[in-house]
Design a protein around this ligand. Structure first.
Ligand SMILES: Nc1ncnc2c1ncn2[C@@H]1O[C@H](COP(=O)(O)OP(=O)(O)OP(=O)(O)O)[C@@H](O)[C@H]1O
Length: 248
């Protein structure tokens, strides 16, 4: 095991009210260059975990560290190390695709040279070049999702938090996104993504964290979670089904 995780969560208990926590004593880490799949049924606590990581919610117990530092130590540095792609696209209706990219580049302090090269690559990869001058209100749902994804990738931070990225993307968009996530990994950045499309992420994620009713019930490589479920050699979807069925 490596020593300096990009993200380290220890004993996190949290949620929307102190009386009824949604997350119970969650511990996990994400190492540099790793892609981790956070999986769980509707309401398992995936988005709530992400909101805690992003600093939108405060832990009731436990701590969250990004590059070894808690958010309170240096909120700007902490936030600058993370790019988030939410489940539902949130864009400025009066800005064009290119203006969103420029705005993100300024917010993250991306150099002009990096901006040019990354933008060129992303517009081609996601086949959005002919839409670069379009206002976001004139884009389709999948195209708006692509803008969110391109903005996150443009920022080039060490840690990506990606909530259900495949929803609304066409098959080519999904393939482009998966290919690009592999590029990100190769560059040394890390990705924590949630998805219900287990067959899609099965062969891409290095490890999986299975969340059930706010508790981590299994985590590890595909083989390790198979072992924890007592189901060697079966697809991730069946492993997942077996793990949550046992705990209904
Ligand atoms: N704003 C909120 N206020 C109060 N409770 C909430 C709020 N958002 C979510 N919850 C509750 O927190 C629990 C975890 O929800 P969360 O959104 O984290 O699940 P999820 O795993 O992301 O689910 P999904 O797969 O449906 O996106 C659920 O019981 C949900 O009802």
């Amino acid at each position: 095991m490596q020593k300096n995780p990009v993200l380290q969560i220890s004993g996190l208990t949290g949620g929307y009210s102190a009386k009824r926590p949604v997350l119970h004593d969650i511990s996990l880490d994400v190492q540099p260059g790793e892609m981790i799949g956070l999986i769980g049924l509707n309401g398992a606590g995936k988005s709530t975990t992400m909101k805690h990581i992003l600093g939108l919610m405060t832990p009731q117990r436990g701590e969250i560290r990004v590059n070894g530092r808690m958010r309170e130590e240096n909120p700007e540095q902490y936030q600058g190390a993370i790019a988030f792609v939410p489940e539902a696209p949130e864009l400025y209706p009066e800005l064009t695709v290119m203006e969103h990219l420029e705005f993100t580049a300024r917010a993250y302090g991306v150099s002009e040279a990096d901006f040019q090269s990354r933008t060129e690559h992303l517009l081609d990869l996601f086949r959005m070049r002919d839409k670069s001058g379009s206002l976001s209100i004139h884009l389709s749902k999948g195209m708006r999702q692509k803008v969110m994804i391109m903005c996150a990738f443009l920022a080039g931070p060490p840690l990506y938090i990606i909530d259900e990225p495949f929803l609304g993307l066409d098959p080519l968009g999904i393939r482009s996104l998966l290919d690009f996530m592999l590029e990100i990994k190769r560059s040394g950045s890390s990705i924590l993504l949630s998805s219900h499309i287990l067959s899609t992420i099965e062969n891409y994620c290095d490890r999986f964290i299975v969340l059930h009713q706010g508790v981590v019930i299994a985590q590890g490589t595909l083989d390790e979670v198979r072992e924890q479920a007592g189901k060697p050699g079966i697809p991730l979807e069946d492993v997942f089904y077996s793990l949550v069925q046992d705990r209904k």
